[in-house]
Ligand binder design. Structure first.
Ligand code: CAA
Length: 445
């Protein structure tokens, strides 16, 4: 059977930017380096007053479909992945379909629509659903639209406020894909965790420090599970490793552990031994604390080696470029990381066709998933068509007072009227509430 994967991709950022080092840090009484160096984020994308998860998702899907010359009959399925839904019954995909029906001829009455929830991993799970639907031969030759869209806002003064973001990634899943094909092999690391959740509330309850540990633990399990079906993973097996990026500093921690795991018992470990010794083995230590101390010491030394730095700069750093400018997009985050890496390669004229990607998705609560992807021939043209740089350049730079107002506008518990900061053109906008409290949308030329 033909390969199935991502045939097209489109990214839509919220139209406002909060500069974290210049604008946010001073108001929080923090050093700018906490953001630029520690967390690794320079600014957060936030939605203007007329933007939300529907407009960002619909605008991404609209541009994708126009660029691909698709009509509504070509789409047999719309799955929205989000953890920012505003309705416990009516899925966001119905709103997005309604938007698309405003601008394309025909309708989406025969497309299957749904909404996926498992924190940030649900974008990847929606791709899985589409993959399985196509592989099962139930798609009648049609493609699936997967839209990962979130307004990742935290309560004011929550430590997570430093990592906010808003944006959407639309992806077309089809046979003979132009961007990447997906491996059949997958690995999971999943456990009942209480690290980050929203029990019927808009802003998350977060145990931030614990969430970092849970991310690493589940990711490690997922890698081991993946290796049990696909064989050992080595650094040379893939060109980039795009991971879920709540903030780049998180990926830096995961990359360090991942590299240590991948090079164990390889020529790389041997070549590093004269400089930093061999990796501590559990069986050589009598107690767990001594083993952990030795691992910490080894990791500190490994981090400083040329081999590790080169690998990180080559395989990981390029996946973080966009995240540094936009913050966390929850369900869209790992898909932004993939696009970021491909964009980096395209800008340098690198030929990637046939190269491997090692994808690490993660959702709090918690589950990690690992799979591999193979870059396809049409990747370059598709990635070159992205206009994310223009969107980032055109964002409105918020003052702190404006940020406070915008946060209130998007707080479901507050009813504040604030003027829009940007002027919508050629896009869907939020247009108030209807008689059953439903949200309404219209297209602005
Ligand atoms: N110069 C350089 N570095 C500095 C610095 C300075 N002046 N000040 C602080 N730093 C560093 C710190 O050392 C730290 O780095 P390390 O962890 O490598 O030591 C980093 O900057 C952050 O500083 P703090 O740990 O002091 O920051 P914090 O306590 O305010 O909160 C956080 C950090 C817990 C991640 C918080 O932002 C948070 O709760 N975020 C939301 C939860 C989250 O994103 N968790 C990630 C895993 S869960 C997930 O992935 C799902 C999801 O999308 C939410």
């Amino acid at each position: 059977m033909a390969d199935v994967g991502i045939d097209a991709i489109e990214i839509r950022t919220g139209k406002l930017a909060l500069d974290l080092a210049e604008t946010f840090a001073p108001e929080m009484g923090e050093a700018p380096e906490k953001y630029t160096k520690g967390l690794g984020i320079y600014s957060s994308s936030l939605p203007d007053v007329y933007e939300d998860i529907v407009t960002m998702g619909a605008n991404a899907a609209h541009r994708l479909m126009e660029r691909q010359g698709l009509n509504l009959n070509d789409v047999g399925r719309i799955d929205v992945a989000t953890e920012s839904a505003f309705d416990n019954s009516k899925p966001v995909s119905t709103y997005i379909a309604g938007c698309l029906e405003q601008v394309f001829d025909g309708n989406l009455h025969h497309a299957n629509k749904g909404e996926r929830k498992f924190a940030c991993i649900s974008g990847t799970q929606s791709i899985d659903d589409a993959y399985n639907w196509i592989r099962a031969g139930r798609n009648r030759g049609r493609a699936a639209l997967v839209i990962a869209t979130d307004t990742a806002l935290y309560a004011r003064d929550d430590p997570g406020e430093a990592t906010q973001g808003a944006g959407a990634v639309a992806m077309l899943i089809d046979t003979d894909p132009d961007v990447v094909s997906l491996s059949k092999e997958q690995g999971y690391g999943s456990a009942d965790e209480t690290d980050f959740l929203k029990p019927n509330q808009q802003f998350p309850s977060v145990d931030g420090k614990r969430s970092v540990q849970v991310y690493l633990a589940r990711m490690r399990e997922a890698v081991e599970d993946y290796e049990s079906v696909a064989g050992d993973v080595r650094p040379e097996d893939f060109r980039f490793a795009p991971f879920h990026t709540p903030f780049p500093g998180m990926v830096r921690k995961a990359a360090m552990l991942g590299y240590r795991h991948m090079v164990r018992d390889t020529d790389i470990e041997d070549s590093l031994a004269p400089e930093i010794g061999r990796q501590p083995r559990r069986e050589a230590f009598e107690d767990e604390d001594a083993f952990r101390d030795a691992v910490r010491e080894y990791m500190d030394a490994l981090k400083e080696t040329d081999q590790y730095r080169e690998w990180f700069g080559h395989a990981i750093e390029p996946t973080l470029d966009i995240a540094r400018e936009v913050g966390n997009w929850y369900t869209g985050s790992v898909h932004v990381a993939r696009a970021s890496a491909l964009k980096h390669a395209a800008e340098r004229g690198e030929e990637l066709t046939g190269e491997g990607l090692f994808i690490g998705s993660y959702g709090s609560g918690a589950q990690a998933e690992i799979h591999a992807e193979t870059v396809q021939e049409g990747w370059h043209e598709e990635i070159e068509a992205l206009d994310i740089d223009t969107q980032l350049d055109e964002r409105y730079d918020l003052s702190f007072a404006e940020y406070e107002e915008i946060h209130d506008v998007h707080n479901h518990d507050k009813a504040v009227e604030v003027e829009e900061l940007t002027a919508p053109t050629g896009e869907f906008v939020y247009d108030g509430r209807g008689r059953m409290n439903e949200r309404k949308y219209r297209y602005v030329d």
